[in-house]
Design a binder for this molecule. Structure first.
Ligand code: ADP
Ligand code: MG
Length: 245
């Protein structure tokens, strides 16, 4: 469903992304891994329309989205979890999730005129999502009252609620305690069972080895290895890239 073709992005002399091509298939978890600075987030920013590529193409559902704005990319069905959590601290969990459900151009005006009322249907969707991430007890708690890991869960719920065909998650478990990491791994497994497509950035190789169907390893802006977890595990190039960090 997503095809990235020969993407390149240089920042001055830094070859952040240097000719990356890969594919994400429907109903699979694909992980983009690699040492810090290898270009993973830049690939995400190019797909999301936040950065403009020097060359290359991004195709989604056979549509060329290379020159789409971030809003257009979101509207076509790509929902993204950012490396830095993006929640409104002074809104409750429920209010944060309600905002995610209204992913259309009229959202602003609906809010201004108070048309953006919570309906039974939205209420139901939010409850379902809070159940999935195990936060149903906290729907009326303010986002700022949560721990880092709990905020990550709420932000993940927000990303999933945002209408989408593909989820792009930038380091969902970085800095999260081992208990919540397991929880997030379980959530991702559930999503996969439901037929979702996930493109995941993760620094921790062990986390992705257990979870992903396909692993793409980046090093210095290039793809240095690609394959199933068992193919990546013992690959000397991959070990070398991580050791050199
Ligand atoms: P990763 O997510 O794999 O840690 P990044 O994509 O964030 O890596 O960064 C890849 C390289 O590009 C790094 O050397 C980083 O310093 C550089 N880089 C990323 N964003 C910018 C930017 N906006 N301006 C200049 N250099 C950048
Ligand atoms: Mg990054």
């Amino acid at each position: 469903m997503l095809k990235v073709k020969n993407l390149k992005k240089y920042f001055g002399g830094v070859k952040a992304v240097d000719g990356c091509s890969f594919e994400v298939k429907q109903g699979t978890i694909t992980a983009l891994i690699g040492p810090n600075g290898s270009g993973k987030t830049t690939v995400f920013n190019l797909i999301s329309g936040i950065l403009k590529e020097d060359s290359g193409k991004v195709i989604f559902d056979n549509i060329d989205i290379t020159h789409f704005s971030p809003e257009a990319v979101s509207n076509i069905g790509i929902s993204r979890l950012f490396q830095q959590t993006r929640l409104f601290n002074n809104l409750t969990v429920k209010e944060n999730l309600l905002l995610a459900l209204d992913n259309e151009d009229t959202k602003f005006w609906k809010n201004v005129f108070g048309f953006n009322k919570i309906t039974k249907e939205k209420e139901e969707k939010i409850r379902e999502m809070l159940n999935l991430v195990g936060m149903e007890r906290f729907e009326n708690k303010l986002a700022r009252e949560f721990s880092y890991g709990q905020k990550r869960l709420v932000d993940l719920a927000r990303t999933i609620l945002n209408p989408h065909k593909l989820l792009m998650l930038d380091e969902p478990v970085a800095g999260v305690n081992p208990y919540l990491r397991e929880e997030i791994a379980e959530i991702l497994k559930t999503l996969k069972k439901q037929g979702e497509a996930v493109l995941l950035i993760e620094h921790d190789m062990n986390f992705t080895l257990k979870l992903a169907d396909c692993i793409i390893v980046m090093g210095g802006g290039k793809i240095i290895a690609e394959g199933k977890p068992e193919e990546i595990k013992g690959n000397p190039k991959v070990l070398e890239a991580y050791l050199g960090e």
